[in-house]
Ligand binder design. Structure first.
Ligand code: UDP
Ligand code: MN
Length: 325
């Protein structure tokens, strides 16, 4: 008991040490589409220097059951975005998919066979609250014992068989951070007041989805588990997906592997051609004052299916009951 308490206290001290070292004191120079750069007064964190020896590139026999699919959602979208997911791709990964939300809803709990997790994080789009959800997603993955952690947003369509077939080509016992970048340059961290570049790193856009192997997720445990992820986010004052990149690329010294089959609505969805839909892992949609940014897929009327996810699902899996015969 005593030993356990000491270990806990030591872990807490390490976490506090990290978060206080990461205190951000500079101004943010932020231009999302082109680059992300941040100025900091001092960032004296020592990244992990140990390099891991990787096995041979041999792929492991991964099945859907080895993947923890986590979807970030919120009470604001439980009657709009969520029903589309539940009707479509969730049906192909019911046992492997978990939704991280901010409210209790018994009806959704019944529909998902208890796969709604109330994170007790606030329902807002603020950095802190989104980081809170990501932190809970990561902790649930660790507890699940699964081989891959794949995060998606609730405006993603996940092409389940393709997610599996791509993960089959990577070894979960090696350190892998798979995703898509949506910036042209890495995030740059400067030292103030000299403006000397301290370091830079890439991150996978959360809105396209990304996957982390268990081996890597376990290495992140001392800095990211048990809510420590939130401290890191707060320390560098960057969004959850960027903070994930910071932890993995800068602290763990593992590079993001670009997997172009992940897609977010920061891209023009209509540029994806239907002949390639089967090859993609994720899709997205968004609505702005200029209209919808959606994939161009034949199917249902746009008034019934504005996001095009129902049509996409029938395009990929025409045997589904709701699909036209
Ligand atoms: N989200 C949330 N709480 C909110 C708003 C959004 O958890 O108050 C989640 C949402 O469910 C989605 C992600 O954050 O999974 C991104 O939200 P959204 O697509 O609305 O914004 P984006 O960041 O893509 O512009
Ligand atoms: Mn979005």
């Amino acid at each position: 008991m005593g030993g356990r308490r000491i270990i806990k206290a030591a872990a807490l001290l390490i976490a506090l040490g990290y978060s206080s070292l990461l205190v951000y004191q500079g101004g943010v120079n932020f231009n999302f589409q082109e680059s992300r750069s941040v100025q900091v007064a001092d960032l004296s964190i020592e990244p992990v220097t140990k390099t891991t020896t990787l096995d041979s590139g041999q792929s492991k026999n991964i099945t859907l059951d080895d993947i923890f699919i986590s979807v970030k959602t919120t009470k604001h979208y439980q009657h709009t975005r969520l029903p589309i997911l539940l009707k479509t791709w969730f049906q192909l990964a019911k046992k492997q998919t978990w939704f991280f939300t901010d409210i209790d809803n018994q009806q959704l709990q019944n529909q998902t066979n208890g796969h709604m997790v109330n994170t007790n994080c606030s329902a807002s789009h603020q950095r802190k609250h989104l980081c809170c959800k990501m932190s809970v997603e990561y902790d649930h993955f660790l507890e699940s014992g699964k081989k891959w952690f794949c995060h998606f947003d609730d405006d993603n369509y996940v092409n389940v068989p393709r997610l599996v077939s791509i993960l089959k080509t990577y070894n979960h016992q090696e350190d892998w951070y798979l995703g898509r970048t949506s910036v042209y340059e890495p995030v740059k961290i400067y030292k103030k007041p000299t403006s000397k570049l301290l370091f830079s790193f890439w991150f996978a856009t959360g809105g396209a989805g990304f996957c982390i192997s268990r081996s890597l997720a376990l290495k992140m445990l001392p800095v990211a588990s048990g809510g420590r992820f939130i401290s890191i986010c707060e320390g560098i004052r960057l969004p959850d997906d960027v903070s994930m990149g910071f932890i993995i690329e800068h602290l763990m010294k593992k590079n993001l592997t670009r997997v172009p089959e992940f897609h977010s609505h920061l891209e023009q969805m209509k540029l994806l051609s239907p002949e390639t839909f089967r090859d993609q892992i994720s899709f997205s949609y968004s609505k702005s004052k200029n209209g919808w940014n959606v994939i161009n897929v034949p199917g249902f009327d746009t008034r019934y299916d504005p996001t095009r996810f129902l049509s996409l699902h029938c395009f990929l899996f025409p045997h589904f009951k709701f699909c036209p015969r």
